[in-house]
Structure formats: C-alpha cells, structure tokens
Design a protein around this ligand. Structure first.
Ligand code: PLP
Length: 395
C-alpha cells in the first residue's frame, strides 16, 4: 500500500486544475502582453483568474499580484512593508519564532540592514496571543507578520483579532497563509489583513505559482525588475497556465472547504487517537486549533530520519520537520520554539492528510507506525538508557 501523507510539503494536482491548465499550454499559449488574438485570449484568462482569486479572498482584482509562489510573496510583502516603514523612520518588525524560513530569513536579512525584529513566544501549544502582539507594538513598529497556520504543527493563529488590533494601532499586518488557503476560511477585509501570501501547490494546484494580496494604497517594492506586468510590481511574462490552474484549484477548494475539512479532520483525529497509544510520545501543537490535515508527534528515544526511511519502505510518505530542513541534522526550529528539548525534537514525525486520504489508509498507518517505532527503539542505545533508568524519560 502507498500512503501519501505529506500534503503540507506539497499536494497532488487536482483533475480540475490540470484541465484548467491544458488549454493555456495547447491553445491559448500567447503572451498576455501581445496585441494579437492568441495573446488577448491569454490575457482574458489571466484577468478571469485574478477576479476568481479576488472573489475567494474577499478583495478587489487589482489587489492581487501573481508571484512564483509562497516564498516570493512572503519576501515581497515583508521587504515592501519594511522599506515603507523606514521612509517614516519606523524600523521595528514583529513576528514569531516559528514562521516559515521564507519569513524568518527575510527578517534576518533586514536585521542585518538595521531593522529591529521582535520574535514573539508561541507557547507550548504553538499559538501567539493577541495581547502579546499588542504589548510588543512600539511607536516605530512598521509591520506585524504572523502566519495563519503553522506548516509543521498545524496550529492556527487568532488572525482576525491580530488584524483588528493592528488596524487600531495603525500597523501593517501581513500573514503567511500558505497552509491556510484552501483549507481554512479567509476574508481579507473582514479579518483586517493588509497583506497575505498563498501558494498553489498546497491546495492541489501547480508548483511555482502563488499570490501576494496587498491592500490598495500599500506601495510594493519590486523584487524583480523588467516589464510592466502585475501593475508594474512583478516583472516577467506571466505563468499563465499555472495562474489559471491555481485559480481553478483555489475556487474548487473553497467551494468544498467545509466538507473537505470535516472529512480530513475526522481522519486526523482517528490517527491522533491511535498514535497516542504508543508509549512515551506526545502530540505537538494545539489539539483543537489545528489544521484539518495536520498530525505531528514526538517519539522519545528515536531519530525522525530513521523513522522516515523505514516508513518509506512500507510505502508511507511522511516528513519530520519541514521539507526544507529535512536533510539537515538541525532539529526543527518550530519544535524548539514550542519548547521541545533537542533530543525530543529529533524524534518527530509529521503526517499531513488531505480529503483524498481514506480510512483504510489511516488504518494502515496505525498498523505500521507503532511497529516501526518499537523496532527503532529496540535498536536505540538512548532507549536502552531510558528503560534501564540511566536516563530520565522526558515524555
Ligand atoms: C510551502 C510554504 C511556503 C513556501 O511556499 P512555496 O510556494 O513553496 O515557495 C511558505 N510558507 C509556508 C507556511 C509554507 O507551508
């Protein structure tokens, strides 16, 4: 049996998205900037996609900028807000310690350029409190950037409350909604979101295409200079087939949001309950305020990497930490941020489900994972020390 349980890393494309994409590769392949009819058909597709995305997010089409993905959107949002702030002498940014590296590394770079960055505590459950955001805001704060839902542990942040308080204090609010888009309700106006990033390949769309929503009146800084595409804010011939497919995938996901979430969450909860019967393990992230598909555990006495390899032998595709950090031996910055010690953070497993997973697959996971965990523990010197009492159990 093959079980794909790594949907937070990327998803399989939907039939709808592929069907939307093909005509823009085969027939309407023109450059949207061309004056002839083939180009104009592509331009119409682009405009329709922009209207679709805007309607789903609750904004105007001219507030949508297509990018190469979530990372680019995060970079552009943060750099733009920082440079706008600096022009007014405001060089302080608030974020959290468990953001995606597209945010954290951009902030690190800005710090080297003289910006001050406050990273808020996310507590054991992986959730920031609006009070702490409010308390961190200073006279010179130009941006609050906090993710909607965490990609590793799935915890959902109180985005609307943070948006409301940022509006009240006159500070820009950006959210990395890459894990939320297509899975959780988004309405940028009602939630007082000034800027938002999303990425198509996290909701059954293609890779290499995303969206930056930026409220009218927020000046954007170009990361890529060239032609006048995307209102002059993002140069380069548009990835038209990808953009059209993204709009189709986003609309499909949002049209079925509640039923998909209910189905996926039922599978998630069954999986969590089953895995909790393994001795000396712990669920990471909030038990309730979490993404419908996210399951994340730490198992004491084992290495996440070995766990992944043995699971792969059983046909199970999972991850430990984020896709970007696996391959390196550093423990996940997210698990460290929620207070897991290094040795525990090393033994983590993320299973991320979608509405296409089945109950049979969950049963298979619950049959195989406990076996693999005990096999690894039997071989582990650390586990021996724990069992003999030479070391104290932490979980
Ligand atoms: C996947 C992801 C990104 C990066 O998106 P890309 O389109 O792969 O660049 C950013 N933030 C979060 C939370 C993600 O999960």
């Amino acid at each position: 049996m093959q079980v794909y349980a790594d949907n937070a890393a990327t998803t399989q494309m939907s039939r709808t998205a592929i069907d939307a994409m093909l005509p823009y590769m085969e027939t309407f392949y023109g450059n949207p900037s061309s004056l002839h009819s083939v180009g104009q058909r592509a331009k119409e597709g682009l405009q329709t996609a922009r209207e679709t995305v805007a309607a789903v997010l609750g904004c105007q089409p001219n507030e949508i900028y297509f990018t190469s993905g979530g990372s680019e959107a995060d970079n552009q949002a943060i750099v733009s807000a920082a440079l706008n702030g600096a022009r007014k002498g405001k060089k302080h940014i608030i974020s959290t310690a468990f953001e995606h590296h597209a945010v954290l590394h951009t902030l690190k770079k800005l710090e080297q350029q003289g910006f001050a960055v406050t990273l808020l505590d996310v507590h054991h459950n992986g959730i920031v409190t609006p009070d702490e955001v409010a308390a961190a805001i200073r006279e010179d704060t130009c941006l609050v950037t906090i993710m909607y839902a965490n990609n590793e542990i799935g915890s959902i942040q109180p985005i609307a409350q943070i948006g409301a308080l940022c509006k009240e204090k006159g500070v820009l609010f950006h959210t990395d909604a890459v894990q939320a888009a297509g899975h959780l309700a988004i309405h940028v106006k009602e939630q007082n979101i000034d800027m938002l990033s999303l990425s198509a390949h996290k909701f059954h769309g293609p890779k290499g295409v995303g969206v930056l929503y930026a409220r009218r009146g927020i000046p954007l800084t170009n990361l890529i200079e060239g032609g006048a595409q995307e209102q002059g804010k993002r140069a380069g011939t548009e990835n038209i087939s990808g953009i059209v497919a993204m709009a189709a995938a986003l609309k499909e996901a949002c049209d079925h949001l509640e039923e998909n979430a209910a189905k996926t969450a039922a599978l998630r909860d069954k999986l969590i309950q089953g895995l909790l019967t393994i001795p000396h393990c712990a669920l990471n992230g909030d038990p309730e305020k979490r993404l419908p598909g996210n399951v994340n555990f730490c198992f004491e006495g084992i290495e996440g990497e070995s766990l992944l390899l043995l699971l792969d032998d059983k046909g199970i595709c999972a991850s430990s930490g984020s896709a970007c950090t696996s391959g390196s031996l550093d423990p996940s910055h997210v698990l460290l941020a929620i207070g897991r010690p290094h040795e525990i953070a090393h033994g983590s497993l993320r299973l991320s489900l979608c509405e296409w997973n089945t109950e049979e697959e969950v049963d298979y996971l619950l049959q195989e994972i406990p076996k693999v965990v005990s096999r690894l523990r039997d071989m582990s010197p650390v586990w021996k020390d724990l069992v003999s009492g030479k070391k104290q159990f932490l979980l």
